[in-house]
Design a protein around this ligand. Structure first.
Ligand SMILES: C[S@@+](CC[C@H](N)C(=O)[O-])C[C@H]1O[C@@H](n2cnc3c(N)ncnc32)[C@H](O)[C@@H]1O
Length: 472
């Protein structure tokens, strides 16, 4: 049988053994002709007889998506800012953005689609609305995605194909899911040909500029406007989303909410405010949306339609988290926002803040508030609970043991992990602090002095030179 895909696009080994098994389990449990499906993807099918055992528990498509997402290499995830969106967020964004833009030619894109969670949900939602269009047609004509990770792209294609196959016994002849860097305008032009979209959805990557590779940094600064200072890759992704959006389209992203207030978010804030692009913000405050990572997130819905205000919804307790639709929103007028910082609070909270501000001292009037330490290479500089050896602390790095002169270290406390006073008392963490006080100010110790007075630390830092050089 002729393969529907160029072999280089869907290589036999593109899925791990584990993923293949999960996929086959799914197909068997759903009583689907797995040989037919897989023959489109693999030139050779090797199915372990174990898989024919009766499967009492069948998977649903979302469990399969989760299995695929978990299989992405952790190292890659960190580098590319990959973590996957819980279904209640996908559902909220898609419902909000897609159902208001319905017409047969709707084009939906996720420019950082990962394994395709947003796109699979889009497919299911579009099919509900357009009974007459087949799943296959919807995949071929209405659904678009891009990801920099080729294996995620393959997984997204397979999952979309699976939904089509399960419902119609057919496999799409083409996909609009592309592998590449969405921020690279040359690549975008080649692939999308200036297409505009009725809906842009997703959870773009979040990676601080200093943790990005040189190529992505250059691309960011070359093509995107709001990338000055200590920026993050999700910021140009917002700009990209707006650029991809048609005049009547809507964008729905979940991103860090830091852009409301940070210096790096200022030019984006000004732009959004000036153009009155925001339609709705759902701010999760300190409630955590993603498993296993701490990020303060918000959903932002954007459109180019004229408006004077947007709706602000604030998640205030655990129950709100899963019932985003039921949260009562408040109007925030663009004219009332200060582009220096968007303090997005309800009117009642605003009143309270103003009373406090006008009646008491501010913390800054009585205390010296500083930004904490930013080494940009914590794993090099921080000694976690180090053992001692005479006048040295011991640091293990990349499997090697190093000595660090005690006098060049200081005690350090990570506020982000402090829970109680006890943690302060028990803290054993140290930091290499290569500075000395001159005329009341800290200045960095010269290389010569470091070599002479702290030879062991010098040796260690030389060993870490490659990591240190990558800092901006
Ligand atoms: C936070 S994950 C979200 C994936 C998917 N939207 C979801 O919610 O399940 C971000 C994705 O962006 C991809 N990515 C990172 N940098 C990218 C870039 N410059 N262009 C395209 N995709 C990128 C990563 O590979 C990852 O799959």
């Amino acid at each position: 049988m002729e393969s529907a895909f160029p072999i280089e696009e869907l290589v036999v080994n593109s899925l791990t053994r584990f993923e293949q098994e999960i996929l086959i389990k799914y197909l068997i449990a759903k009583k689907l002709d797995f040989e037919r499906f897989l023959s489109k993807f693999y030139s050779q099918i090797e199915v372990s007889s174990l898989l024919f055992e009766k499967h009492t528990k069948s998977l649903d498509i979302w469990e399969l998506v989760k299995h695929f997402e978990r299989a992405v290499d952790d190292k890659f995830k960190k580098l590319k800012g990959t973590f996957y969106t819980p279904y209640f967020i996908v559902n909220y964004i898609n419902t909000r953005v897609i159902s208001e833009n319905l017409n047969r030619d709707i084009r939906v894109i996720d420019p950082a689609c990962g394994c395709g969670a947003f796109l699979i949900d889009t497919l299911l939602k579009l099919k509900q609305k357009f009974q007459k269009k087949s799943y296959k047609e919807l995949v071929e004509e209405n659904i678009f995605g891009i990801d920099i990770d080729p294996s995620a792209v393959r997984r997204a294609k397979i999952l979309l194909a699976l939904v089509v196959f399960e419902n119609e016994g057919e496999i799409p002849e083409k996909f609009n899911i592309y592998n590449g860097n969405s921020l690279d305008k040359d690549f975008l032009k080649r692939t999308l040909n200036d297409l505009k979209f009725s809906a842009v959805v997703g959870n773009p990557p979040y990676v601080r500029i200093q943790n990005l590779d040189e190529e992505t940094r250059t691309i960011m600064r070359k093509y995107w406007k709001f990338t000055s200072g200590d920026t993050d890759i999700f910021i140009p992704f917002i700009e990209l989303g707006i650029e991809l959006l048609s005049e009547n389209g809507q964008l729905g992203y979940i991103t860090p909410n830091s852009y409301f207030t940070t210096h790096a978010g200022k030019s984006l804030r000004k732009f959004l405010q000036l153009n009155k692009y925001i339609e709705e913000i759902v701010d999760f405050g300190h409630y955590q949306v993603f498993e296993g990572i701490t990020t303060y997130s918000a959903i932002t819905v954007i459109s180019k339609k004229p408006k004077s205000y947007f709706i602000l919804k604030k998640v205030k307790d655990e129950r709100d988290l899963k019932n985003l639709n039921d949260i009562e929103g408040e109007k925030v007028y663009f004219k009332d926002l200060n582009p220096e910082k968007w303090i997005l609070v309800s009117n009642k909270e605003k009143e309270i803040i103003s009373i406090i501000e006008n009646s008491y001292y501010r913390l800054k009037d009585i205390a010296d508030i500083r930004v904490g330490l930013a080494t940009l290479a914590d794993k090099v500089y921080i000694l976690e609970n180090p053992e001692e050896e005479g006048k040295y602390f011991i640091q293990y790095f990349r499997g090697q043991k190093f000595l660090i002169e005690k006098e060049i270290t200081k005690e350090i406390i990570k506020v982000s992990i402090l829970k109680s006073e006890k943690d302060i008392l028990e803290n054993k963490r140290r930091i290499i602090f290569p500075y000395k006080k001159v005329n009341g100010r800290y200045v960095i110790i010269s290389e010569e002095e470091l070599k002479k007075n702290f030879p062991e630390t010098y040796k260690y830092l030389l060993f870490c030179k490659d990591i240190l050089l990558k800092r901006v």
